[in-house]
Ligand binder design. Structure first.
Ligand code: CA
Length: 697
């Protein structure tokens, strides 16, 4: 849709040199700003001495959006970002005026098909004169940057596959790379695909785990990887899905992929005689032109806790001569090194020599009890007995949410520190309910292990840490009540910016962690801030729209924030030192009261069957565990749709997919009795909640 005027400079053809140029402060050309993924801008007009003067310069309300988690791009004075249902928008970066939007019509594309996944998306990629976007349902699309016109669209997986995309594509050297998620939604074999940026033609594909040897191996790397698996792993898919971290190293001309956990999580079922299970939970370096394997480093051999290595991969020159001496007797390099930094779910912060993948250091950045340390001589973690829940129920930390998730870390070459959003949650694992007959069901999935949130290892769930990657220790840290704060931005003004689930956007002194500025956005922030400068003025931008797994209440806590579905306005906020705009105030936090239908008699057996269906059909992934929503979707206990008089409407939505346009998939396979069971389960939870509410009779 064309709704505005062409930007005068919109003809700049983006090259790898542009994306690698750290001194260009006018633009934000890639997911992590530059090819190095540092999320560092040398801009210093806004600095530690004046950040308290920041005000809203312009804003754009997005009333039809839900979860917003994207990093915007800025190119030639235009900002590009993805919203809910993969709608791509271009706005004037000086005013917020909408220039064009592209709606990939996800609901129409998937009509009549099953669907796994999420309505949100983490970002875009730019190359040449194009913007690249990936859709929830598996399409990769090229748009004309000036007009938003669709230039090509390719399907990266079949709609029959229980996969999804939430990540940003990665453009480099005339190609665009994309992976997928879905490890928990069925028997999945992860892969990444690179397409020609001009034509959309498939250039190469790299599978992350080996398939059935009887079918032959795609390449020598798969043959090598197969030696680290046992049993009939291919029946389970194996997993490894790369849904997030892709880094192109413009200096060494290598591509790094952060790979996912096993499918299923439980290695005893996936690969019964053990083995490392390559290339799960690894950083894999590939030839960017051919997709050929170069090297790998595996963070979790034989993973069994969902400890994927999908988290961001940041490149920097580090001088390890300044660091501790623990590597000396292993003959490791001491001195300047082309480093790769990676803080995956498993709680260790890794520094690798990215010329060859050699481990330089690995230290705990959170409480970790699955392994005691990482042996620098072998590069392998030393696990503790019982960690694989081999002797029954076991409390393990980090939890499957990870000590660090997809919320990006940033690196400031000035302070030498990494600003790392950290999560402190443990989990109780047990697998007694599973045996070798277990199989994952497409679109229903499963992990072959039971787990629940365990006792918290600390007094708080979240933390912003400034981590010294040379000394491998924290320099300062700020505890946060709610985990799941946004990714971070750091600048030459000695600043760090981060949004929080409680709605606060804060600016910190990058050296000390002192809070220098806070802004209450009135709605949880999940997307990372960015900065850019136009006409001599520095801007700070962030999408405000509570989103991701915490907003879906995959882990409890978000229901207490009051960001109920459909109440608060999603918006794009941009700040400057002379900003004087006044966005409309957000409604107060809202806690939708459960609806009671006095004449509804809950049938215990039906309600139990409904509880099972609620898990099986992954209703919890949006509506929340135990039917307590966190804001990504309606709280069903408060939804009139579940009352008896609305039964035909309930059927149309749940079975008929009538709300697909809002991200609610249809479940055509559900029988009348199963729909009834779901309603009894939801009514039971609603009545229980109403009775427990303060003031209830
Ligand atoms: Ca996972």
């Amino acid at each position: 849709m064309w709704v505005g005027a062409l930007n005068a400079h919109a003809a700049t053809s983006i090259t790898d040199q542009h994306i690698a140029d750290v001194n260009n402060t006018a633009d934000w050309l890639a997911y992590g700003r530059n090819h190095n993924e540092q999320r560092y801008s040398p801009l210093r007009q806004i600095h530690d001495g004046n950040v308290s003067e920041l005000g809203v310069d312009w804003f754009l309300d997005l009333p039809n959006d839900v979860g917003l988690v994207a990093t915007p791009l800025v190119i030639d004075g235009v900002m590009y970002f993805t919203g809910s249902m993969n709608v791509v928008r271009a706005v004037d970066a000086r005013s917020g005026k909408l220039l064009w939007q592209h709606d990939p019509q996800v609901a129409q594309e998937v009509a009549g098909h099953k669907l796994a996944g999420w309505v949100h998306n983490r970002g875009l990629s730019a190359y040449g004169s194009k913007i690249f976007a990936a859709t929830w349902d598996g399409r990769l699309q090229a748009l004309d940057r000036a007009t938003g016109k669709l230039l090509w669209s390719v399907r990266t997986f079949d709609l029959a596959d229980s996969l999804y995309i939430t990540g940003a594509p990665k453009a480099f050297k005339g190609k665009v790379l994309i992976g997928n998620g879905g490890t928990e939604h069925g028997p999945s074999r992860g892969y990444v695909s690179a397409y020609d940026a001009e034509t959309g033609e498939l250039a190469w594909r790299f599978f992350i785990v080996p398939g059935n040897p009887a079918d032959g191996f795609e390449n020598p790397a798969m043959e090598m990887a197969a030696k680290t698996w046992s049993g009939e792993w291919w029946e389970h898919g194996g997993g490894g899905n790369a849904w997030h971290a892709f880094t192109y190293d413009a200096e060494l001309d290598q591509l790094y992929i952060g790979t996912g956990n096993g499918s299923p999580w439980n290695q005893k079922l996936r690969s019964p005689q053990g083995g490392d299970n390559l290339f799960l939970c690894s950083v894999v370096a590939l030839d960017p032109d051919t997709g050929k394997y170069l090297w790998h480093y595996q963070t979790v051999p034989g993973e069994t806790w969902d400890y994927n290595s999908n988290m961001d991969i940041v490149l920097a020159d580090l001088d390890l001569a300044d660091g501790p001496d623990q590597g000396l007797d292993q003959g490791l390099d001491r001195g300047p090194v082309k480093a790769l930094m990676h803080a995956p779910k498993n709680g260790f912060f890794y520094v690798l020599d990215r010329r060859n993948g050699k481990l330089l250091s690995a230290e705990k950045f959170a409480d970790v009890n699955w392994a005691t340390y990482v042996d620098l001589a072998t590069g392998r973690p030393v696990e503790r007995d019982g960690a694989r829940y081999e002797d029954g129920s076991e409390n393990i930390y980090p939890s499957p949410f990870g000590a660090h998730s997809w919320h990006a870390m940033s690196y400031n070459p000035g302070t030498g520190l990494v600003y790392l959003p950290t999560i402190h949650i443990s989990a109780d694992f047990k697998d007694e309910a599973y045996d070798n007959s277990w199989r994952s069901v497409p679109f229903e999935g499963g992990t072959a292990v039971d787990w629940s949130q365990g006792p918290n290892p600390r007094a708080y769930n979240g933390e912003l840490q400034a981590w010294d990657p040379v000394a491998q220790e924290p320099v300062w840290s700020v505890p946060q009540d709610a985990a799941w704060a946004s990714g971070t931005l750091t600048t030459g003004g000695n600043l760090v910016f981060q949004g929080e689930a409680n709605g606060m956007l804060r600016g910190y002194d990058a050296a000390t962690g002192k809070v220098l500025w806070s802004y209450d956005a009135g709605l949880g922030i999940s997307a990372p801030p960015i900065t850019y400068a136009l006409d001599g003025k520095q801007y700070l931008s962030v999408l405000v729209g509570f989103g991701g797994g915490f907003a879906s209440r995959l882990t409890p806590g978000s229901e207490g924030l009051g960001w109920a579905y459909g109440v608060h306005t999603r918006r794009l906020l941009t700040f400057s030192l002379d900003g004087k705009s006044q966005p409309a105030a957000q409604p107060a936090p809202h806690f939708p009261p459960p609806l009671v239908q006095a004449d509804f008699e809950v049938d215990a057996e039906l309600a139990e069957a409904g509880a099972t269906l609620y898990l099986q059909k992954t209703c919890y992934a949006c509506h929340g565990v135990d039917v307590v929503a966190g804001g990504m979707a309606p709280d069903l206990r408060a939804s009139a749709m579940t009352l008896s008089e609305m039964e035909p409407f309930f059927t149309n939505v749940v079975r008929g997919g009538e709300r697909l346009g809002r991200g609610m998939p249809g479940f055509p396979e559900l029988s009348d009795k199963e729909l009834e069971a779901l309603r009894h389960y939801i009514r039971r939870t609603a009545h229980a909640a109403a009775e427990a509410a303060p003031g209830a009779q």
